[in-house]
Write a protein that binds this ligand. Structure first.
Ligand code: ATP
Ligand code: MG
Length: 560
């Protein structure tokens, strides 16, 4: 068991309940399978699975599959895959609200028999109109006083498919003048003659979220039903239903603030729109805030868990900087990622005084943060590539990298001096002629002379070509879609594809799920489409830490 001292209001509640002698806790993560999981869900997942683990309880995975019109097996599968990848295990507690349809139907009849529910013929529009507003009470439906036996018959006919979709609904009979609109005779069942991914054509009626959720919690013995703030107003209904039904237990619902993140949006409906409109390459596009997108981009699962922990839990909504997520990834990867050399925009160098032939192997450190990662050998030869922008023909004062007549260090290799820049007909620099100092093998001069820059490089004869994809925010606005038109906020430059990048040969063997550091450039991982014949890498994050800079600025302005 991990540390249970860590504090937030939900853990405080659970700790008190356990001290008061409660049985082991049971939580659940209840996704609706109508899209892929996003980083907002990760907050809820880390909370539900996290507290279960910390307090010796269990967490169930329960699909809230009550709306077959929008749900699909593809989502049921992707959600489980993402959860497993995130590192969570529900054991044999994989449940579906649809497993309880028969029980829920019986409980609906129970409400009918007790005079607590009725079949209504009003249309959806009429129901809305009768509901009233925040300042005006609602009005009773003309069908509100049907007898229990008439209601039972009608409800059975609804189930049998005797009425068209939308012709009738089952409503709880609570209070049309309640200050809480959720208690103004909420709809519990609607007619939907749609095939369900799991129950097929068995049902012509489906319970809605409010009727399925609390009762499913009760059936599963959930003790703490944790959800986001927008359900706080539903809690009185949640409790009303449990109080009026012969359920085996009464779970308690607690609400916390949902995660909002800058430069993106966390809503399956809107993410679906990006996919359908072709703004991205599927739900797992590396620019998507989906778990599968972050995974494909190379963000480690542990960084997502760390992020979820750092943002904490509150009872008021706020927006978290996207840079914090990147910071978590960078901080973890700095400790764990293997270093490699790769050149994204190659400029060829011919080392005039280096012998012709196969060259030599040089020792390189795999990860200066972790000695156990050891060393590897990197081939070096007469022709190498460096980064095009590591050379300037007429360098300004503060540019310490390569220029005509200048000496720099090639990482793990030698000191190198530029003798001449070769240009094509258009005046573009296409090659450098350089010399090296054979006395500086390993990167140090025996005479103690210093250089001001160390460049990464790749041996031209040994390099593996690759496509490298650089990503930026999918949106130009910090709060995209504020005016409901997301397309105007789309960043046209969110993807830059570089062809013919040159990688050190070891990168050709990088496993799909490993994110590595390209020295001086950032963290990269093979894309899911990468093959040995066509290597494709994604940039996970750059090295520059926007979050750390923001923190520093904030600290400075406070100190002033
Ligand atoms: P979306 O609007 O993206 O469809 P949802 O809340 O409808 O989200 P569900 O599948 O119903 O999605 O959510 C499963 C669980 O995840 C719920 O308990 C919900 O409260 C939680 N959740 C969803 N979005 C967030 C978020 N942004 N932050 C924290 N928890 C979230
Ligand atoms: Mg939902």
């Amino acid at each position: 068991m991990t540390d249970t001292e860590g504090g937030d209001f939900i853990r405080d509640i659970i700790r008190k309940d356990l001290e008061a002698g409660a049985t082991p806790i049971v939580t659940r993560f209840p996704p609706e399978p109508n899209g892929y999981l996003h980083i907002g869900h990760a907050k809820s997942i880390c909370l539900n699975f996290g507290v279960a683990e910390e307090f010796g309880g269990v967490c169930h995975l329960r699909f809230d599959d009550t709306n077959p019109a929008k749900e699909d097996v593809e989502y049921i599968e992707s959600i489980q895959e993402d959860l497993r990848w995130l590192g969570f295990d529900w054991g044999d507690h994989l449940h579906f609200a649809s497993d309880y349809f028969e029980q829920l139907y019986d409980w609906a009849l129970h409400l009918i028999e007790a005079g607590n529910a009725y079949v209504d013929d009003l249309s959806a529009d009429e129901i809305r109109e009768y509901r009233g507003t925040l300042t005006e009470p609602g009005r009773n439906s003309p069908h509100r006083d049907r007898s229990p036996s008439e209601n039972a018959t009608l409800f059975e006919q609804m189930r049998n498919g005797d009425f068209p979709d939308g012709a009738k609904v089952l409503r709880a009979k609570i209070d049309m003048s309640s200050g809480n609109i959720n208690l103004r005779d909420p709809v519990l069942y609607r007619i939907m003659r749609t095939t369900h991914p799991r129950t097929g054509n068995t049902w012509n009626i489906y319970p809605n979220y409010d009727f399925a959720h609390g009762q499913s919690d009760a059936i599963e013995g959930v003790t703490h039903s944790l959800c986001t703030l927008e359900f706080a107003d539903h809690r009185p209904l949640y409790d009303w239903l449990l109080n009026n039904l012969p359920v085996p237990g009464h779970p308690r619902q607690y609400e916390f603030a949902r995660l909002n993140l800058t430069y993106t949006m966390l809503s399956k409906r809107r993410l679906m729109q990006l996919v359908v409109d072709g703004h991205v390459d599927g739900w797992d596009d590396p620019r998507m805030p989906t778990i599968s997108g972050l995974h494909r981009r190379g963000i480690p699962a542990a960084a997502i868990r760390d992020f979820a922990q750092r943002i904490g839990l509150t009872k008021s909504n706020s927006t978290v900087e996207y840079a914090l997520l990147e910071h978590c990834a960078r901080e973890l990867l700095n400790k764990t990622a293997q270093r490699r050399m790769a050149v994204l925009r190659p400029l060829k160098i011919v080392i005039e005084n280096y012998p012709e032939g196969d060259g030599e192997l040089l020792d390189a450190v795999n990860n200066p943060e972790n000695e156990a990662d050891g060393m590897r050998q990197v081939p070096f030869s007469k022709e190498i590539y460096i980064e095009h922008d590591d050379f300037m023909e007429d360098p300004p004062k503060k540019f310490f990298r390569l220029g005509p007549g200048r000496e720099v260090r090639l990482r793990y290799a030698y000191f190198l001096t530029c003798r001449e820049a070769i240009k094509d007909g258009a005046g573009k620099i296409v090659e450098l002629r350089c010399t090296y100092d054979p006395e500086t093998r390993g990167g140090n001069a025996p005479d103690g002379r210093k250089v001001k820059a160390t460049l990464h490089w790749v041996s031209a004869a040994h390099a593996k070509p690759a496509e490298v994809r650089l990503y930026d925010h999918l949106f130009t606005s910090e709060n995209p879609g504020a005016n409901d038109d997301i397309s105007s906020d789309i960043n046209p430059d969110s993807l830059e594809v570089l062809q013919n990048c040159q990688l050190e040969p070891a990168l050709a063997d990088a496993p799909l799920d490993e994110t590595l550091q390209y020295e001086r450039l950032g963290y990269f991982c093979p894309d899911t489409t990468s093959t040995p014949d066509k290597l494709v890498f994604n940039r996970t994050v750059g090295l520059r830490d926007v979050w750390a800079r923001m923190q520093k600025q904030a600290a400075n302005s406070k100190g002033r």
